[in-house]
Design a protein around this ligand. Structure first.
Ligand code: SF4
Ligand code: MG
Length: 329
């Protein structure tokens, strides 16, 4: 089967006065129809910039995609005009962000916004579009959708507003949804409810999702495969269940230790010491070396390749340098 989305050798840089920020510097992944891929990392790891690159939303200048290819349904998105990209964003690839207020217009009712979005992209009249909006609000679990349709965004709680945002994103039946930290601003209970909604949507809509998060707990809940990013590059890439059982990169293991475990109350939450590096002045060797407990002398001079250490399990770390196959440089 052909992947729905194929990101090849993506490099997105920002040309600032204080230097070139290599926000994304060599990223490869695929997303199959109906599949959920997690992209996980700290802020500044390049995960949001990867998403914006796919969507054609990199602010330019100072940003620029300097290399790579993004194939969606077999066509390179970099060959599309701005107008074609707008169309694709509304209809084929939808997005949900951390703060729904940035995507919802505060001065219009939910009905007006949803009907407008739907009629702009589908051959439906207003009445039909309103019907569709009602179905979608119901689908995402908003009680009493008929009444709620007439509300303004500020009249919803944070969790309900995120559901409205998701309903809007679904309004044109996208084949790919990109969700950037969709639960981060919500409290834990509401977070769990929104993740349940994602799971239900996966079952009912067969839609592919790219889930961007700093939280491996979110990945464990909803993602089929996961790419861990560090300083603009993939550190590790594998099936989710495989990663949790056989994760290898010291950064991945650090992220795993920082997932709160409800079952082991006493276990100390172990955050990874130190901060991500300055992307304008990356260390010469492995960019994780200043924070890595396993750093060796070589790590300060050699930037490791991403290698396939087992079937479909890729790691960028000199501890696994013996693995035969290097897949990118
Ligand atoms: Fe740590 Fe070295 Fe592996 Fe980098 S290459 S993650 S510094 S062991
Ligand atoms: Mg971000």
């Amino acid at each position: 089967d052909e992947p729905l989305l194929e990101v090849k050798n993506l490099h997105t840089h920002f040309f600032t006065k204080s230097g070139v920020v290599k926000a994304v510097d060599g990223v490869n992944f695929t997303v199959n129809p109906g599949e959920t891929l997690g992209i996980v990392g700290e802020s500044g790891s390049g995960k949001s910039i990867t998403a914006l690159s796919i969507l054609g939303l990199i602010p330019s200048p100072p940003g620029k995609i300097v290399d790579g290819e993004i194939n969606f349904k077999g066509e390179n998105l970099f060959n599309k005009s701005a107008k074609q990209m707008r169309k694709i964003r509304g209809k084929e690839i939808a997005m949900v962000f951390q703060d729904p207020m940035t995507s919802l217009n505060p001065v219009f009712t939910v009905e007006k916004q949803m009907v407008e979005t739907i009629t702009a992209h589908e051959a439906l009249n207003k009445r039909q579009a309103r019907e569709r909006a009602l179905e979608l609000l119901d689908l995402v679990g908003i009680p009493d959708p008929k009444k709620r349709l007439r509300n303004y965004p500020h009249e919803f709680s944070g969790g309900m507003r995120q559901r409205v945002m998701i309903a809007m994103a679904l309004s044109c039946n996208p084949s790919l949804l990109i969700a950037d930290e969709p639960t981060t601003a919500l409290d834990v209970t509401i977070q769990a409810q929104i993740l349940d909604l994602f799971k239900r949507m996966q079952k009912e809509l067969n839609m592919a999702v790219v889930m961007i998060t700093h939280d491996l707990g979110v990945v464990a809940e909803v993602c089929d495969r996961v790419m861990v990013m560090y300083s603009g590059k993939p550190a590790e890439y594998a099936e989710t269940t495989h990663l949790f059982d056989h994760g290898k990169h010291p950064y991945t293991l650090g992220l795993m230790n920082s997932i709160p475990r409800i079952t082991a109350e006493k276990q100390k939450l172990e955050a990874i010491d130190g901060n991500p590096p300055d992307l304008r002045a990356l260390p010469k060797g492995c960019s994780f070396a200043p924070r890595c407990k396993h750093a060796m002398e070589n790590c300060l001079t050699i930037d490791p390749d991403l290698r396939e250490v087992e079937n479909d399990h890729y790691v960028r770390c000199l501890l696994y340098e013996d693995s035969k196959k290097a897949v990118s440089t």
